[in-house]
Design a protein around this ligand. Sequence first.
Ligand code: CA
Length: 256
Amino acid sequence: MARRDATEARCDGEAEATRLRAADGLAGPQVASRVLVVEDEPGIVDFVRRGLESEGFEVESAGDGIEGERLALGGDFDAVVLDLMLPGRPGFEILQTLRRARPTTPVIVLTARGEVDDRVAGLEAGAVDYLVKPFSVAELVARVRAQLRVIAQASASTLAAEDIEVNLLTRKVVRGGRVVTLSTTEFELLVCLLRHAGQVLTREEILSAVWGYEHDPTTNVVDVYVGYLRRKLGSRDDPAPIFTVRAVGYRLGGAG
Ligand code: CA
């Protein structure tokens, strides 16, 4: 029993640490959030820049769509404020490119009154919000903050290693961009392996963390479920990164 409690505590403790690290990384007080403003009207750029900077954000700006897209894709921004009507490249096209290339970067779209673009409204993208001109700086700052919070919460509930990502809230599992459907037990097994990515877990540790009760020590249920997981996550050409450590147990990821 003691062994089981220790394993569970280890799993939970690490999960909490992962959550805290993820939240810190995105909303850390020491590092200013960087915002890219893509807008061709200099008056609006100035007003937005002053507003965001006075609230502690770092601001970069681009005055046309081509430069805006280049910066948005290449720079490490925490959020993008994007006008839709831009010279060079329409904001909507930039938005589509960004959603594919950087799906977790929040984008606040600026539109003229009565021109809320249906294509934007129809986008099934959580990290997109829009603001109708004219808007107040306070409102813009509030929207940027809200989007950053959403992103911080989402990544705090995500576990990832190698090319596998699991969302603990939605229970969505993705490997290399492909959504994988798992049973409840397979999911719990994967979560346990991910929480200890790079470490060897014994069959006993896995058994008590995932199944939660004492099993016949000769049971092969762990091996059976690792087999299921490998089949669902991998293929002959692209095996899942779950390794057998002879006479000990299993390890997800890690070298050698
Ligand atoms: Ca414009």
